[in-house]
Design a binder for this molecule. Structure first.
Ligand SMILES: NC(=O)c1ccc[n+]([C@@H]2O[C@H](COP(=O)([O-])OP(=O)(O)OC[C@H]3O[C@@H](n4cnc5c(N)ncnc54)[C@H](OP(=O)(O)O)[C@@H]3O)[C@@H](O)[C@H]2O)c1
Length: 317
C-alpha cells in the first residue's frame, strides 16, 4: 500500500472517462468500469503484505497502476509486488517520476521497430507525453531523430535531443524531401496515407492507437497479411511493465530520460486538470500533487543524493 505523493492526468484517463466507440467496448458501455483513474504513481510505501520481499514501509517507489484495477488519483493505492513498480530513481522528486506511461507506449513502439544506430525516425507530435518520451528514447537507442512540432515547441524537442526539429505550422511536413525508416505518429493527428511519402520502401508507420473510428485496424490487418510491417499499432506486451519501470529508472539515472512537466494541480483541482488535458495541447505530462506540496518536497529533499538542483526535468510552468 502506497501513500501517493504524485500522479498524472493523461490522455488514457480522458479516453476512459469519455470513451469513443471502440473504447466503450473496453472501458464500459454506459459508464467507466473503474471508479478511480490515474496510471502513474510516485509515493512512499505505507505497508506491505506478509510475503512481500522487494519493498518495505518507507521506500520511495514509482510506477504504473495495472489497467484493470483502480488508479492513483487518490491518497493511497495498492500495487502488486510484481506489477510495474520500482524504487524511485536517485535524485528525483515525486513529480519528476510520474512519467512512465507515455514512455511505456513510446518504448513499446521503438522496440517493435527495433530502432537502433543507423536508423532515421520521424516523430510527429513530439511535444506530447508519448512523443517527448519517444524523442529521448530513440536518441538513447542511437537513432537519428527528426521531431515534428508546432513553433513554440521547437526548442523543447531540440533540448530533448532531436537532431532536427520541423514546424508543422510552417508548411507541409510530409514534403521535406527526405525519407525515413520509421514514422512514429505519436499524437493521432496525421494519417498513414498522408505520411507514406515519408517512408523508405521498407519503412514502417506506427500510430499510438487504432484511431477514433478504428480506421487503422484494416491497415494493420493488411500489413500483417502482406507481412510488410507497413503499419503498426504497438501494444506493450502483457506483463512487461515491471521490467519497463526498472529500465526507465536506469535511463533516468543515466541522464538519458527526463520528465517534461507542463502543469501541476492539487487533487482538489483535478477537474481542471482533466479539462486541460482534454484540450489535446498539453506538453509532456500534467501532474497531480496528491500530498501537500511542502510534505512532498520535504520527503524528497531528505532522500535526495547530493544537494545540487535537479537536472532531470524540464519545467514549463
Ligand atoms: N496506445 C495506447 O494505449 C495509448 C495510450 C495513451 C495514449 N494514446 C494515444 O496517444 C496519443 C498521444 O497521447 P499523448 O498523451 O502523448 O498526447 P498529448 O500529450 O495530449 O499530446 C499533446 C501534444 O500534441 C501536440 N499536437 C496537438 N495537435 C497536433 C497536431 N495537429 N500535430 C502535431 N502535434 C500536435 C500539442 O502541441 P501543439 O498543439 O502546440 O502542436 C501537444 O503538445 C493520443 O491520441 C492518445 O489517445 C494511446
Amino acid at each position: 500500500m502506497i501513500r501517493v505523493h504524485a500522479t498524472t492526468v493523461s490522455r488514457t484517463d480522458c479516453g476512459e472517462l469519455r470513451p469513443r466507440i471502440i473504447g466503450r467496448l473496453i472501458y464500459g458501455l454506459r459508464r467507466p468500469r473503474r471508479t478511480i483513474f490515474g496510471m502513474d504513481f510516485a509515493g512512499v510505501v505505507e505497508a506491505v503484505g506478509a510475503e512481500v520481499m522487494s519493498f518495505k514501509p518507507g521506500d520511495r517507489v514509482f510506477g504504473m497502476c495495472p489497467s484493470r484495477s483502480n488508479g492513483a488519483q487518490a491518497e493511497y493505492v495498492c500495487i502488486p509486488e510484481r506489477a510495474a513498480i520500482a524504487i524511485m530513481p536517485a535524485n528525483t522528486y515525486f513529480d519528476e517520476a510520474v512519467a512512465c506511461e507515455g514512455a511505456f507506449y513510446a518504448n513499446s513502439g521503438l522496440r517493435q521497430f527495433h530502432v537502433g544506430p543507423g536508423h532515421k525516425i520521424l516523430i510527429y507530435g513530439a511535444s506530447g507525453a508519448i512523443g517527448s518520451a519517444a524523442v529521448q528514447l530513440a536518441k538513447a537507442y542511437g537513432a537519428e531523430v527528426t521531431a515534428v512540432v508546432s513553433t513554440q515547441h521547437l526548442e523543447l524537442v531540440k533540448s530533448l535531443g532531436a537532431d532536427r526539429a520541423i514546424d508543422y505550422t510552417a508548411g507541409d511536413f510530409t514534403r521535406i524531401g527526405e525519407t525515413f525508416d520509421f514514422v512514429f505518429e505519436a499524437v493521432g493527428k496525421a494519417s498513414f496515407f498522408r505520411c507514406r511519402r515519408l517512408l523508405k520502401p521498407e519503412g514502417t508507420f506506427m500510430a499510438t492507437d487504432v484511431g477514433p473510428w478504428g480506421q487503422y485496424l484494416p491497415l494493420m490487418i493488411w500489413s500483417s497479411i502482406a507481412k510488410n510491417n507497413r503499419v503498426l499499432v504497438p501494444l506493450p506486451p502483457r506483463g512487461s511493465g515491471h521490467a519497463f519501470v526498472e529500465f526507465l529508472k536506469a535511463r533516468m539515472e543515466a541522464g538519458q530520460f527526463r520528465a517534461v512537466i507542463d502543469r501541476r494541480y492539487s487533487l482538489d483541482e483535478i477537474a481542471d486538470a482533466y479539462c486541460y488535458v482534454e484540450t489535446g495541447q498539453k506538453v509532456g505530462i500534467v501532474v497531480i500533487n496528491v500530498a501537500a506540496a511542502d510534505e512532498s518536497a520535504h520527503i524528497a529533499q531528505d532522500s535526495r543524493i547530493g544537494t545540487g538542483p535537479s537536472t532531470s526535468i524540464i519545467h514549463l510552468q
